[in-house]
Design a binder for this molecule. Structure first.
Ligand SMILES: *Cc1c(COP(=O)(O)O)cnc(C)c1O
Length: 384
């Protein structure tokens, strides 16, 4: 970590190279990456198909603005729209997750003519002024206020409270189909369907933030497909370019038709869209969402057996897994890294989050389980 970076937390592990689920330091020590890259590499580190597409594109045409048709951008739009649920027929590329949510909230306002945004407790939508306003934690918001106004928070998962909040001033309801940063919170069955019904009746835009849940992680391409609910706006980023910085917003026609002026200089640049096209086509053709479902089931079963009573709960869908610990998650993540060479992430104070690349296989999953057993339940017999 540079001495000049006054924001990022520094981990005493210098990474030099990545391949598949593994990261390597300069001296060749291997770490199993079960989350440290924030779900940004669904195909694993430096996947050859993505590397090849990016190398060819950067050499051929690194950048031209989005008013010129470019094959890699057109291909990426086509692949994205084909991979999103039916009804989301238009899309726009931006540069990050927070920017995709900014666009979603702007589009919802222009399409409805309303301004009120309804968001959920424990949400995370990003750190620019608008997305931050819809983010729950005060720690992120308070020092930067005032933010973009008119956001009302409702308890995540509570259909009645949501019904009370939606009114004829509302532009959007924005929800993560499963909350990520907030602790891997899976809503009760029926919650997303109710959100769909309420917003349909009121003419309000339903926005699903799939920045973390998307790209096959939950066992379907998008987590909303597990619930059988299609939003009006779907936002995504993180894994979209398998590590290259890009976000996207996919929308229904009424949102596209109602959108006012909006754009970004780097929107859909040739190199990042080459990465998107390679990532989506590989994910789909190799069946990685189904693999994520199977590996998620396997990991969850093995984790239940290995950790048992030493943890409060193991929850999630596919390879989006949260382990509710009986102690602080930061300490457990540190011990995993330093003693077991396994990288995982906290999601709140007591939840350990596993977001391994979707390419993880059974032997790698076994290694992950053994490491967690060694750190979390060292005094019990390993059952795996
Ligand atoms: C990470 C994340 C964001 C913000 O994405 P950035 O690319 O960091 O701006 C937004 N929403 C969710 C659900 C996220 O997990």
């Amino acid at each position: 970590m540079s001495d000049h970076d006054f924001i990022s937390g520094s981990k005493p592990i210098g990474i030099e190279r990545g391949e598949g689920v593994s990261l390597y330091t300069a001296d060749g020590t291997e770490y199993l990456d079960a989350g440290a890259s924030y779900a940004c590499t669904p195909l694993g580190h430096s996947h050859p198909v993505v590397v090849d597409a990016v190398q060819k594109q950067v050499a051929n045409l690194t950048f031209v603005d989005s008013s010129f048709p470019v094959e890699s951008r057109e291909d990426a739009y086509a692949a994205l729209v084909a991979a999103t649920p039916d009804g989301l027929d238009s899309a726009w590329f931006c540069n990050s997750g927070t920017e995709s949510n900014e666009a979603a909230l702007k589009f919802a306002r222009s399409a409805t003519g309303n301004s009120k945004i309804i968001a959920a407790t424990r949400s995370f939508h990003g750190r620019t002024m608008g997305s931050l306003a819809a983010t729950w934690k005060d720690k992120y918001k308070a020092p930067y206020e005032p933010l973009a106004g008119d956001v009302e928070f409702v308890p995540y998962g509570d259909s009645d409270e949501l019904a009370d909040a939606v009114d004829d001033e509302t532009a959007a309801v924005i929800l993560e189909p499963i909350q990520g940063e907030g602790g891997i919170n899976v809503p009760p069955a029926g919650y997303l369907e109710t959100a769909r019904e309420l917003t349909d009746e009121a003419g309000v835009a339903l926005v699903f933030d799939e920045v973390q849940t998307g790209m096959g992680r939950t066992g379907s391409m998008w987590a909303c497909q597990n619930a059988g609910v299609t939003p009006d706006v779907l936002t995504t980023a993180k894994g979209l370019g398998n590590g290259l910085p890009i976000g996207a917003v996919a929308v229904r026609d009424w949102i596209a038709d109602g959108a006012a002026s909006h754009n970004a200089t780097f929107s859909g640049g040739p190199v990042v869209t080459a990465a998107v096209h390679a990532t989506i086509t590989t994910l789909v053709e190799e069946g990685y969402p189904a693999h994520a479902a199977a590996m998620g089931d396997y990991l969850t079963t093995e984790l239940e057996a290995a950790l048992g009573d030493e943890v409060r709960e193991i929850r999630g869908e596919g390879l989006l897994i949260g382990i509710e610990l009986k102690r602080g998650a930061n300490r457990v993540a540190r011990d995993l890294a330093m003693n077991e060479q396994v990288l995982a992430l906290p999601a709140g104070r007591t939840v350990l989050r596993l977001l391994s690349p979707l390419v993880i296989d059974e032997s790698e999953a076994d290694r992950l389980v053994d490491a967690l057993h060694a750190v979390i339940a060292p005094d019990t017999d390993a059952e795996s």
